[in-house]
Each structure stands twice: as structure tokens, then as C-alpha cells.
Design a protein around this ligand. Sequence first.
Ligand SMILES: *[C@@H]1O[C@H](CO)[C@@H](O)[C@H](O)[C@H]1NC(C)=O
Ligand SMILES: *[C@@H]1O[C@H](CO)[C@@H](O)[C@H](O)[C@H]1NC(C)=O
Ligand SMILES: *[C@@H]1O[C@H](CO)[C@@H](O)[C@H](O)[C@H]1NC(C)=O
Ligand SMILES: *[C@@H]1O[C@H](CO)[C@@H](O)[C@H](O)[C@H]1NC(C)=O
Ligand SMILES: *[C@@H]1O[C@H](CO)[C@@H](O)[C@H](O)[C@H]1NC(C)=O
Ligand SMILES: *[C@@H]1O[C@H](CO)[C@@H](O)[C@H](O)[C@H]1NC(C)=O
Ligand SMILES: *[C@@H]1O[C@H](CO)[C@@H](O)[C@H](O)[C@H]1NC(C)=O
Ligand SMILES: *[C@@H]1O[C@H](CO)[C@@H](O)[C@H](O)[C@H]1NC(C)=O
Ligand SMILES: *[C@@H]1O[C@H](CO)[C@@H](O)[C@H](O)[C@H]1NC(C)=O
Ligand SMILES: *[C@@H]1O[C@H](CO)[C@@H](O)[C@H](O)[C@H]1NC(C)=O
Length: 684
Amino acid sequence: MNPAKLLLNTLLFFQFSQISTSIDTISLSQPIKDGDVIVSSRKIYALGFFSPGNSVKRYVGIWYNQISQLTLLWVANRNNPINDTSGVLSVNIQGNLVLHERNQSTVPVWQANISEASAGNTVAQLLDTGNLVLVRNDTGETLWQSFDHPTDTVLPNMRFGWDKRTGLNRYVTAWKSPDDPGSGNFSFTLDLAGFPQPLLYKDDVKLWRAGPWTGQRFSGTPEMTRTFIFNITYIDNQDEVYLCDGLNDLSTIARMILNETGFLQRFTWNNRDRRWIGYWTAPAERCDYYGHCGPNSNCNLNLTDGFECTCLPGFEPKYPKEWFLRDGSGGCKRKQGTSTCQKGEGFIKLERMKLPDTSVAANVDMNLGLKACEEKCLSNCSCVAYASASAETNRGIGCLMYHGDLNDTRKYTNAGQDLFVRANAAELGKIKRRLALIIVAIVLGVILLGLCFFFLRRRLATRIGERKRQRRRELLFLNSSTRFSEREASISTKGNKEIRKVDVTFFELSTLLAATDNFSTSNKLGQGGFGPVYKGKLSNGQEIAVKRLSTTSGQGIEELKNEVLLIAKLQHRNLVKLLGCCLEEDENMLIYEFMPNKSLDYFIFDESRKQLLDWKKRFDIILGIARGVLYLHQDSRLRIIHRDLKASNILLDEKMNPRISDFGTARVFGGEEILAITKRVVGT
Ligand SMILES: *[C@@H]1O[C@H](CO)[C@@H](O)[C@H](O)[C@H]1NC(C)=O
Ligand SMILES: *[C@@H]1O[C@H](CO)[C@@H](O)[C@H](O)[C@H]1NC(C)=O
Ligand SMILES: *[C@@H]1O[C@H](CO)[C@@H](O)[C@H](O)[C@H]1NC(C)=O
Ligand SMILES: *[C@@H]1O[C@H](CO)[C@@H](O)[C@H](O)[C@H]1NC(C)=O
Ligand SMILES: *[C@@H]1O[C@H](CO)[C@@H](O)[C@H](O)[C@H]1NC(C)=O
Ligand SMILES: *[C@@H]1O[C@H](CO)[C@@H](O)[C@H](O)[C@H]1NC(C)=O
Ligand SMILES: *[C@@H]1O[C@H](CO)[C@@H](O)[C@H](O)[C@H]1NC(C)=O
Ligand SMILES: *[C@@H]1O[C@H](CO)[C@@H](O)[C@H](O)[C@H]1NC(C)=O
Ligand SMILES: *[C@@H]1O[C@H](CO)[C@@H](O)[C@H](O)[C@H]1NC(C)=O
Ligand SMILES: *[C@@H]1O[C@H](CO)[C@@H](O)[C@H](O)[C@H]1NC(C)=O
């Protein structure tokens, strides 16, 4: 902008705001000249003279009054600028709104064409919707309005489309350039041919198609949802067909513009950042451009090989070479040697589609449901496809049938609707075969997976199953041992409850059978009052001693639990270590570490073997036993009286260290005797 013009504009702006802010009308007695501005009553819109961009020409236009960055919404004399600032906009004595250069004697530069003159009884008013209306002063009848003659902008509440009675078409044409609001080469109009659909043209070439209305939105504008900024109304009756954006939030400032480079853009004004936010534009993707893949093809941006064009079912590329070189614009033709209207025809459903161009060979029957639509289409040989004409309404009634080429379809990722394309028996068979193949593949896959799973399971079964069983046994064990733990708590000086946490390994019966060679007599170490003890060897090489409580011994599981829980809690190098237990079937077994040197009685009561124990060794053994007893009586967390301490219960490990064993599975911790610890002495 040159400085002189800037200064001029500033001065003019200053002047308007000083003088004429309260006026929103132009009348016979109240024309406006270049420099004057009228402002709508709530001061939202302003009308006056302006020069766009770097131009010095003068135009009359409407802009946002409260937005400092000049945003033109409408231009009166877009193709007839005034060369200087001598312009005057007035209502003449015929009642017409006219724009003159210099003075009123010359031919008007621009005028609002009203059908009948109303002889001075009219007044032009700028409304708070941004509409400039010319109304009869007496009747209030609107004779003319700027909303019927939009420039490049569609405002909320403006009707975009046709008044069929008068033949009025409200459509937008882009500016030539930012400096020239003259009618450019791009236009956006509601095309009435066939089934109505908004179309963006460059001259008379289709650039982008919004597609037919499908109940909630146009087929090609999937982003128009219910929660869109607008409450969109689409009317199609014998008088009118139009689209109207009602604002959901009246404080929103929004507009749609067809810009000079041929893009539709929607903006809202962000008052905090003081700028326009563009939130929608069309065309946006390759597949949006009209006929990007030519006739009878499908444009899909989500194909793995990166080429978006595919032929519709039953079609093949018209120009295979170009197609191969990834130029899809030639489109597709029906496959060689095939024709429609043969036996066994049906439809192939394509999902999430933009409906094909309805402008040439489509007809609609708003009384047919989808099923009837299919029948009707099938019965007419020229019908190549059908779709619901109101897929998004509740009733879904409305049948759209196509004849001739299917132009400009595309596939959406998560929008669009079903399109049913006529296909011959071979094509349908292919789909069926493919389906069958897929099913077979899935079944095979499932079987394979099943087998894999089965084998894996079998391999894991031992481990997993063991862990599970262990847990189950623990639970069982714990549940049946409440009595014990209560008792335990009562004897524990500190009321220790930790006893409930079992720290015992549960052995599988099969493991023990293997380890002891089926409890063979050769492995038998000895026989106690409660049952035999066997030597065993686990698969990892560890040697164990298995005390197998005989079922006839009359010693129950309670006693065994006593021992298990007690020894599990006790850890001392002079106590025999319990490795675990086994409670399976009828077997109750305790598993200890194996003591290779048997027990003390084996040595001291045998004439020859007693020689092996010298005094030092004997002293050490005595000390060890005393340490163990001290631990049981005082140092362990539980106070335990062994009550059956005898040479046969002192086992000797490989270094001849004594280990106290046999915690009186039956007699020592028998029932109520526990409570008599300090009163009565029992045992050996
Ligand atoms: C404005 O000036 C151009 C030439 O610069 C001329 O052709 C045109 O007629 C003028 N317009 C008016 C309205 O006088
Ligand atoms: C209109 O302008 C022309 C040229 O400037 C002038 O000759 C004429 O007198 C003017 N007419 C009126 C009514 O002012
Ligand atoms: C009014 O009618 C004239 C002549 O028919 C035409 O040239 C002009 O463009 C029309 N103006 C508008 C605003 O429609
Ligand atoms: C409207 O018309 C009446 C009489 O017809 C007139 O008195 C009044 O001034 C006119 N109002 C405007 C704004 O022109
Ligand atoms: C508009 O079309 C005309 C002729 O069709 C061409 O000369 C002109 O360059 C085009 N303008 C733009 C902005 O494309
Ligand atoms: C949307 O527009 C319709 C028709 O104009 C109207 O009945 C409805 O109340 C509007 N809804 C909202 C939320 O503005
Ligand atoms: C027109 O809109 C497109 C798409 O939003 C944008 O890339 C382009 O810059 C715009 N052109 C102008 C002149 O604003
Ligand atoms: C392609 O489709 C997948 C899944 O259907 C989706 O996650 C992805 O976003 C799509 N890609 C494009 C470019 O649409
Ligand atoms: C098939 O549909 C076309 C287009 O609507 C129509 O012209 C033609 O008469 C129909 N043919 C039959 C046999 O109904
Ligand atoms: C489809 O497009 C081709 C040109 O690409 C045109 O000749 C044909 O008439 C169109 N058909 C329909 C039904 O729109």
C-alpha cells in the first residue's frame, strides 16, 4: 500500500467513525458519498467505499465493522470500479439503489435491479446479518437484497441456491485477484442438473463436487457433522432448493469464501488471537478433485501401493499404459467381452463412498426404500448402480439410480455411504470365491494357531499347571488350617500372625514316586511310629528324605500341618530342614533334606560305630543340640517344646552336625496340650 493511500484511508476511517456510525440506511434524502460509511444497528457490519489490496480504484462493499483487518464480504460494483473518490451511492427517485460516478446525471456505475419502480418509497438498510436490503418504505416489502447477489462469500443465514420460481441462483464467484474483486474464473454453485449438488467450477470445468445431499450433509463433505459450527438446513421442494447455514452459537463470526485461487475456505474469527481461523477447505485431497481417476473408477488414498485409482468392479483401465504409469485420469471401461443385462447379475456393495456425479444420468425416486431400489435398478438394464438418497436420515427412503458412467467417486476412511454397483455373474462369483478363499484361509489359520497353541500348552502345562495346583493346594491348606493358626497365635508370645503365610513347597506325588523308585523297599531308611521314611533323589540330583505318614497310623492331616507350618517358620542350622510336603490322594508326606549320616542312635548305641565319635565330636553334637533347643525355646519366633528329644530324632548331616528332627507330628502338638506348655511335661 502506498503511503498516500494509507493516509487517505486512515483519514477516511477516522472521519466515518466520527460522523456516521449511527446511520444504517440510505434513502433518497440520505445518499452516501465516498468516505461515508453506514453501520448496521448492532455495529457488526459496515458499508462504504474501499480500495482492495494495492488497487487505487474505488468499490462499494460490506465488511466487518469490528474487525480491524479489512475483510470484504460483498462488493457492489465488482466489475465496474470507480476511478476516483467521486462515487455516490443513493436511492434514486425511481426507488432504485444506484451507484454513480461524479454526479447523478451520468449513467450509474452499478444499480440494484428492481423489477418495479416504487417511486421514492424505498430505503436501503444494512442489517446485522450483513445483508443490504432495499425495502419499500410503506409496506416493508423487500425489493432487493445483497444476499441474493453474493460476491465470493457465503454468510450464515444466507440462502445458497435457487429460487425456482424466479430463476434466481445465488452462487459465488471468486475475485480475480486480491487487488481486483472482479468476477474471476472460479465459481461455486448449486447445480440443479440431475439430482442437485453443489459444484465448484473453473470457468465451465468441474473442479470439485460436494455431492448430493444425503440427509445430514453432502456426500462429499463428510466433515459436516451435527456438531459442525452450523445448523445446516437444506431445502429441496418445487419452489426452492438451497442450503442455509444457521449458526449454532450466534456470537460466532463465520464465513465461507471462494478464494482467488479456486479453493473454498471456511473461517471463524478468533477474537483472542484477533485472526481468522481457517477450519475447512475444499478441494483438500487428490481424490477430491473432480474425476481425478476418470470415469468408472474409485479414488482411494488408502491403497498400499500408493496409487489411488482402482477400477470399479467389472471395469478395467481404459488406457492401460497410462494407468500403469499411474495416470488414472483416463478412467475405466467395461471389461472386454462383457455386457450388462445378463443372467445372474447382482450388485457389489462398496462401502464408505462418495456418491458419483448425479448431474448427467441419475434419477431419484424419493418413495423407494433400498430393497425396492435394488429391484428397480436390477430390472432396468441401463441402471449401473444405486444408492440411498438419504442414507443419513432415519427413514432412509430415497432411491438414487445411475445410468451411464459413474463419475467422480472416491472412498473415505471413516465416512461416506454404501454404493451398490451392478456386476455380472462372473464378477459376483469372483467376490464369492475371494470370500470363500478368505474364509478358508481364516479357518486354516485358526487350525494352525490351535495346533501351535495346543503344543505350546502341552509344553507349558507342566509349569503352569504345577504353579496353579500349588496355589490351589496352598489355599486348601490354609483354609483347613485356621484352627491351627488361631492356636498358634495363642501360644506365640508376640501374637505373631505371619504363620498364615505358607512358605512350603508342595511336591507332586509323581515326583516323589519317581524320586523314591515307587517307594521301593531298597530306599527305605527306617520306620517310625507314624510310618516309613524313604530316601529319594529328585531329578535335579538333590537327595531327600520322604516321611510317608501311614494311613493307618491315625495321625491326621492336622498334625502334619502343625509340623509343616512350624518347620517352615523355623530356620536353624541345628534343625532339620523341611523341603516341602505332599498332600495328594490319600498320601500325606513330608519331604526333608537328606541326612547322609543317619541319626545319633545309629552311632552311639552300636558298639563299633560308637568308636567313630570321639569326645570332641560328641561335645560338638551336644552343643549343636543345645543350640537347637535354645533356638526352639527362646530364640525362634515361636516358643516350641519338642517333647520328644531323643537320639533317634537327632539326625547327622555330612559334617556330623546334629539336626533336631521330628517335630512330634502327633504327640507334641496334639490339640489342647499346647495350652499346657508351662504346666505339664510330657514325652520321652
Ligand atoms: C476508469 O478509467 C479507465 C481507464 O483508466 C476507463 O477505461 C474507465 O472507463 C474509467 N471508468 C469510469 C467509470 O469512468
Ligand atoms: C456532472 O458532472 C459533469 C462533469 O463533471 C458536469 O459537467 C455536470 O454539470 C454535472 N452535473 C450535475 C448535475 O452536477
Ligand atoms: C442490472 O441489469 C443490468 C441490465 O440488465 C445488468 O447489466 C446489471 O448487471 C444488473 N445489475 C445487477 C446488480 O444485477
Ligand atoms: C418513508 O415514507 C414516508 C412517507 O411515504 C416518509 O415520510 C418518510 O420520510 C420515509 N422514510 C424514509 C426513511 O425515507
Ligand atoms: C481466467 O480465464 C481466462 C480465459 O479463460 C484466462 O485468460 C485468465 O488467465 C484466467 N484467469 C485466471 C486467474 O486463471
Ligand atoms: C436448526 O435449524 C432448524 C431449521 O432452521 C431449526 O428448526 C432448529 O431449531 C435449528 N437448531 C438449532 C440448534 O439451531
Ligand atoms: C486459497 O485457499 C487455499 C486453500 O486453503 C490456500 O492454500 C490459498 O493460499 C488460498 N489463496 C488465497 C489467495 O488466499
Ligand atoms: C488407512 O486405513 C487405516 C485403517 O483403515 C487407517 O488407520 C489409516 O489412517 C488410513 N490412512 C489414510 C491415509 O487414510
Ligand atoms: C431405464 O431407465 C432409464 C433412465 O431412467 C429410462 O429412460 C428407461 O425408460 C428405463 N427402462 C425401462 C425398461 O424401464
Ligand atoms: C462422465 O465423465 C465423462 C468425461 O469424463 C463424460 O463424458 C460423461 O458424460 C460423464 N458421465 C456422467 C454420467 O456424468
